[in-house]
Ligand binder design. Sequence first.
Ligand SMILES: [Zn+2]
Length: 400
Amino acid sequence: MGRPLLIRNARLADGRLASLIAEDGAIRDIGAELTPPEGAIVEDAAGHLLLPGFVEAHVHLDKTLMGLPFIPHIPGGSVAERIAAEKTLRRGLTIGVEERGGRLIEQLVAYGTVALRSHVDIDSEVGLKGLEAVLALRERYRDLIDIETVAFPQSGILRDPGTAGMLDAAMAAGADLVGGLDPAGIDGDVAGHLGIVFGLAEKHGKGIDIHLHDGGALGAFELRQIALRTLAAGLEGRVVVSHAFCLGELGHADFAATAGLLAKAEIAIMTTAPGPVPMPPVKRLMAAGVRVISGSDNIRDAWSPFGNGDLLERAGIVCDRQDFRDDADLELAFSLVTDAPSRVIGRGPAVVAVGAPADFVLVAASSVAETVAKRPTERTVFKRGRKVAAAGELIGWSDG
Ligand SMILES: [Zn+2]
């Protein structure tokens, strides 16, 4: 498992300076003065803050255009227009998912991300090719980051014949979760779409992560249907709905009824804190007992020319959109990209504590709130007790 690690002069979240020993991938000891184990690598943290590694709840490794010259964004605002634009663009790409996705993974690791969930397109054009490439990336980068995959029907299930069978094959091929997309808005059949998604989840014993852009009362109806099916299938705690913009535009009674069902079904809501559309109200949802997590979603792809995968930037965007200002609010935003998604994807709490995975980040800041406010670029990233990135560069890694 490699040499033990001793970090000295690290600042803990409570402000204390401490030493930490990591061995066999886990934190073994934290204390004021610790003796290095035999053969240990010793690091001086110089008073920098030691934080749990960041957890990316939602990306698309197969979609990114990283590694290609800048490609101007194709106009078109609706989900259907964007799906069509992406397909046109995808046919002409000169480099594959393994290279583009690999570049994105390396950037995410350098920013401090230690685990991610990637949706991967499954449709009648690409079949399982994207998934196979992302599974190969997972293997190639296994020492740097933990990767989960969602079989994602980006072109719909019913509207793209053959997709249901391909999703089944994707689950058999090793995808970790069943995806879905706007049962009403894209497939025009809520019961039909959800019947397939939940049927596959039950068949393969896996969780679900559904993209839901449908707004207003329609979106809320779909959320409640998802919650009812989750309860019926006994999938509590294993279902995520990504986006759920509708939660940001419901009246009091509708919101209370929908949030109540989401809480009962232990469904987590993933938000990117998007700019031009309503977003789920983070604190109101949490007050209703709904788990909220955040992620990057599209990073320099056919859906958006923007994004870099920096989860501290994402936490700051959440703060902007929710008007979070005080330290407690900034800490809450930080938890949306660390502890909350870590629990949702089944890694347990993201903490710097004895027994926890030795996946952490040192940043030039004095507190979690300052980290979210400043987004320090100076970060040192450790995965399973091994230094994997510093100053924005991967260490000891060649993708040959
Ligand atoms: Zn997405």
